[in-house]
Design a protein around this ligand. Sequence first.
Ligand code: IPM
Ligand code: MG
Length: 358
Amino acid sequence: MKATIAVLPGDGIGAEIVPQAVHVLEAVAARFGHRFEFKTADVGGAAIDKTGRPLPDDTLRLAKESDAILLGAVGGPKWEGLDYSVRPERALLGLREQLGLYANLRPAKLYSMLADASTLKREVIEGLDILVVRELTGGIYFGKPKGIEKTSEGEKGVNTEVYTTPEIRRIAKVAFEAARKRRRKVTSVDKANVLESSELWRRVVIDVSQGYPDVELQHIYVDNCAMQLVRAPKQFDVLVTTNLFGDILSDEAAMLTGSIGMLPSASLGGTIGMYEPIHGSAPDIAGKDIANPIATIASTAMMLTYAFSLDKEATAVEQAILRVLEQGYRTKDIHAAGTRLVGTKEMGALILKELQHA
Ligand code: IPM
Ligand code: MG
C-alpha cells in the first residue's frame, strides 16, 4: 500500500526519538512491500521560533492532507513565559480539535522483563495490561467560559468542565468496542459524587452499556481509581474517562509499567489519526542521546494497526521491540543491574536490525 505520513517531531527529545520511529516505518515498508512518503513539519516551540505560532497553517494543512500523523512531543522551558494562546501545547490541542481526535487510546502493558524497573512490586504489576480511553476534545480543556480576568480583589482564573450527551456517548462506544476485543470489562472513571458533568457522564455511559450486554461495566470515582491503580492495577481492563482525568491517570498507568518512556498512544475519531508517545518533550534530557525511543516506535505499531489495518506489520514492530528487550538492551530510564545500557540511536538501530533480519 501507499501512504503519506506527516512527521511532526516537535521539541526536546522529539527531534531524537521521531527519526528512530521513521527508520522503523521505512524498514516495515521495505520488508512488506509498502510505500510510505514522509513529510516533515515544525510544531510546538520549534514552530514558534520560526513563525511565531505553535501550529502554523502549513503544518495543519500537511497534517490534514496526510494519511496519518506521527508526533514527537511539544513544549519546554524556553516557551513557558508565553501567553497560553501561543504556547507549544496549543499545537497539540489545536491538532486534536481540528482533526476531531476525540478518542485517545493509551495502552499500558507491562513487558515482564521490565517488572523490576517499576517502583511497584512485581506481583502487583506482573501481567498488567490495561487500556486508558481518554476523551480528548472536550471537558475542561476546551469548555467555556475560560480565561483570566481582573476583579476588584485582583484576578480570577476560570475553566469550565462541559460534556454533552453526544460527546460522552461516542467515547463510551469506543471503550465498549475496545473491551470486546479484550477482557470485556469497562471501568468508567468520574467524580459523580460532586460534579454534575460527571453525573451526566455516568448516566450516558450506563445508557450506552445497554447495547453491550456482554461487557461488564463498573463505575469508580477518580480519587479511588488513582488509589486502586497503585494498589491493585490488574483489576482493570478498559478505563474510560474525561480529558483531564485521563491525562492524569494515563501518566500514573504508564509508570506502573516501569517507565513513561515505553508507552504509545493513538488519537482517533476523525478521518486521520495521530500517533505519539504519551510522554512529553523531556527538555532536561534532550540532545543527550539518552531518551527512550520505544514509546514512539510502539506508536508506529499503533499507526500500522489503526491507520492502515496492517496487523502483521504492527506485530513485527512489537516483536522487534520485545526481542531487543529480551536481549537485555535498556535505555537509561529502564536500565537495571545486569542489563546493557544503550542510547537513543543505538536502541533505535537494534530494533531496526531485528525488524530487518526477522
Ligand atoms: C498529554 C499531554 C498534553 C495534555 C499537554 C502537553 C497539552 O500532557 O498528551 O497527555 O495535557 O493532553
Ligand atoms: Mg499528559
